[in-house]
Write a protein that binds this ligand. Structure first.
Ligand code: FAD
Length: 485
């Protein structure tokens, strides 16, 4: 299915455009608008019967900062350098060549998104949460206030949420972008699944073969093909290869089409991948925020993460614990049920003593008592030398009775998206393993390696933000590429 077809085997093309884009989610739509804006004839190939993709199902949080009008209205002075320091501190330097232009271009990018008709309120939601049911424009969406990241850069909220009530605000973003694409004259071939790229004698990508209503069709791309087909969370073979420890209880997020087809097509044409074992999983213990004042222990009764970490970071550490087991321990003062019902964190039981809880959870005798003795003493002094949990969340857990929730990776329901994918440069060109480029081939969005390599460094919005940004880059760069003869 994915081996590229040689150009000389294509008798006749069924359609042609300057730029052919595979996938009509946020990356594809943003690429289309920029390529069209640069005067290109643009054809989007989409296997669904309309645009939207996983982007339209998303919570609509864009990780954007560097000093946007929304941040300023909330009283935060973020800058490109501050944002860069924050991202590099959590994600490491591997993707610095993408992170730098991303931070530098963020304010302009945010204005562009608004100019396309995507609504963002000048309002700020200060509480710790995963997504908003309200229309607030700004929220904390990652590890900015979490140690050690809060020491590397001045913490600033960067979760810019599209103004729509409910937890699928991404729909409002895609509604606006798709309307703009229609107005601009972007053409689309729906119900068309891209199957393989077409390459000329020099290895330059110059088209794509699609299947539409049972017919094979060939589309020529005069300047370039942009792959924007999303991640690979539903490709069983790729999951087995890159995530052998993934339990059956884990669920892929999003649409059935995240099968990695764009990645495998591009790899077959010479493209390289990076970070394929990166995953962000989530089954948050908060909201309500008060649960962050509890402690999380493994089956040895030991803490292993700052409980105020972003939920994806906590999940990543839980994955690594013995037997993937973990418990959230609370006392009666902070007791509440986790509000994200879909996570299925079950209440194990309530206990009159710590010893009874150790026995009920089958922890080594004395282990939890030791952990709590140290934690409670230090929390009473407003410190947590082990993990530097923020003082806002420190409270001795001394008000019995106590309760435990099972938040094990293989017992609760953790929802995940894949983070690895095609390796692109700052020009959104698909790289070869030797560092060269695959001529005529560009990529953006969840089919490319995310800026963050794993759930420990991911923040909500790091798909829609960079996906839209590098989608635009891909559209512009593809139009800059010379037309194939
Ligand atoms: C419930 C949920 C909430 C989320 N919330 C957020 C959030 O708030 N912020 C955030 O940043 N991220 C969020 N994410 C993740 C984010 O939505 C995705 O990572 C992002 O939308 C990917 O954008 P994309 O353009 O790369 O892919 P998509 O939006 O998935 O678009 C890819 C398109 O390509 C099409 N396609 C696939 N294969 C082919 C093929 N072979 N031929 C033709 N077409 C093809 C698909 O049908 C699809 O329309 C969320 C995800 C889910 C599921």
């Amino acid at each position: 299915m994915n081996t590229p077809l040689p150009l000389n085997q294509i008798g006749q093309f069924d359609d042609e455009a300057d730029v052919v884009i595979l996938g009509y989610g946020i990356a594809g739509a943003c690429a289309a608008l920029e390529a069209r804006g640069a005067g290109g004839d643009v054809l989007v190939v989409e296997r669904a019967s309309g645009g939207g993709g996983a982007s339209a199902l998303s919570s609509g949080i864009f990780y954007i900062g560097a000093g946007t009008e929304v941040q300023k209205a909330a009283g935060y002075d973020d800058t490109p350098d501050n944002m860069y320091r924050s991202m590099i501190a959590s994600m490491g330097p591997d993707q610095a060549e993408l992170i730098r232009p991303y931070c530098d271009g963020n304010v302009e990018h945010f204005r562009w998104l608004e100019a396309q008709g995507i609504p963002f309120e000048r309002s700020y939601y200060p509480e710790k949460t995963v997504f908003l049911m309200t229309t607030h424009g700004l929220m904390w969406s990652g590890n900015e206030k979490v140690w050690p990241f809060r020491d590397a850069a001045t913490p600033a909220p960067r979760g810019h949420q599209v103004a729509m009530e409910g937890d699928t605000s991404g729909a409002a973003a895609m509604f606006a972008l798709l309307a703009r694409c229609d107005e601009a004259g972007v053409r689309a071939s729906f119900d068309s699944i891209a199957q393989s790229l077409i390459v000329d004698g020099e290895g330059r990508v110059c088209g794509v073969t699609v299947r539409q209503f049972g017919q094979e069709r060939h589309y020529r791309a005069r300047r370039g093909v942009i792959v924007a087909t999303g991640g690979f969370g539903r490709n069983e073979q790729m999951l087995a290869r890159y995530f052998p420890g993934l339990p059956d209880t884990a669920e892929p997020m999003g649409i059935p089409h995240t099968d990695g087809s764009g990645i495998t097509m591009a790899v077959a044409a010479g493209g390289d991948v990076r970070g394929m074992d990166g995953l962000i999983a989530t089954a948050s213990i908060y909201p309500p925020p008060q649960l962050v004042k509890g402690i999380i222990v493994n089956r040895l009764g030991k803490r292993f993460v700052a409980e105020d970490a972003y939920h994806g970071r906590t999940a990543s550490f839980i994955m690594e614990q013995p037997d993937q087991r973990a418990f959230l321990i609370v006392d009666s003062e902070i007791f509440a049920y986790p509000e994200i019902i879909g996570a299925n964190h079950s209440l194990v039981d309530g206990y009159e003593s710590i010893e009874a809880m150790e026995s009920g959870l089958e922890l080594p005798p004395g282990s939890l008592a030791d952990t709590l003795a140290v934690y409670n003493q230090q929390a009473a002094q407003g410190r947590d030398p082990l993990f530097e949990k923020h003082t806002d969340w420190l409270k001795p857990l001394t008000d019995g009775p106590w309760a435990a929730f099972d938040i094990s990776f293989n017992r609760s329901t953790y929802y995940y998206i894949t983070l690895g994918g095609l390796r692109i440069g700052p020009d959104a060109r698909v790289r070869r393993a030797d560092g060269g480029v695959v001529a005529g081939l560009y990529a953006a969005g969840a089919c490319t390696a995310h800026l963050s390599p794993d759930g420990k460094s991911y923040a909500s919005g790091m798909s829609l933000g960079p996906g839209s940004f590098f989608g635009r880059v891909a559209g512009r760069e593809a139009m800059r590429g010379s037309a194939a003869s």
